[in-house]
Write a protein of this length. Sequence first.
Length: 120
Amino acid sequence: MWRRNDTPAWRRCEDLAAAYLRRHGYVILARNARFGRCEIDIIAREGDTVAFVEVRSRTTQDAVAPEDSIGPQKKRRLRAAARMYLARHEEPDTYYRFDVVAITAPPNEKPVITLFRDAF
C-alpha cells in the first residue's frame, strides 16, 4: 500500500528504487550524488558495470509514462554528472551505463516499479 507520510514523495520513490535495485543484485554506491549543478539519483554497481540511475515517478493519471519524461536537457546533465563522477572514480575494466527506474504510484495502491537497463 502506498501511504502518505511526512517524507517527501521523491524521497519515498528513491527509497523504493534503491531497495528494488538491491533486491536485483545492485550494490548502491551513492545516492543524490551532486556534481556542480548536476545530480545523479543513484549510482550503483551491477557486476562489472556501474549504472547511473535516474528515478522517475508518476501517478496513473499522468499522460506521460515516467520513463518517457527524461528530456534531452536532463540527459545532457546526467551525462555531464557521469563524466565528473568518472573523472574521480574511473576504474579499468568497468563498464558504465544509464538506467531508469520508473515508478507508477497510484494513490492508496502498491507502486509498480520497472527497471530499464541501458535506457539511453
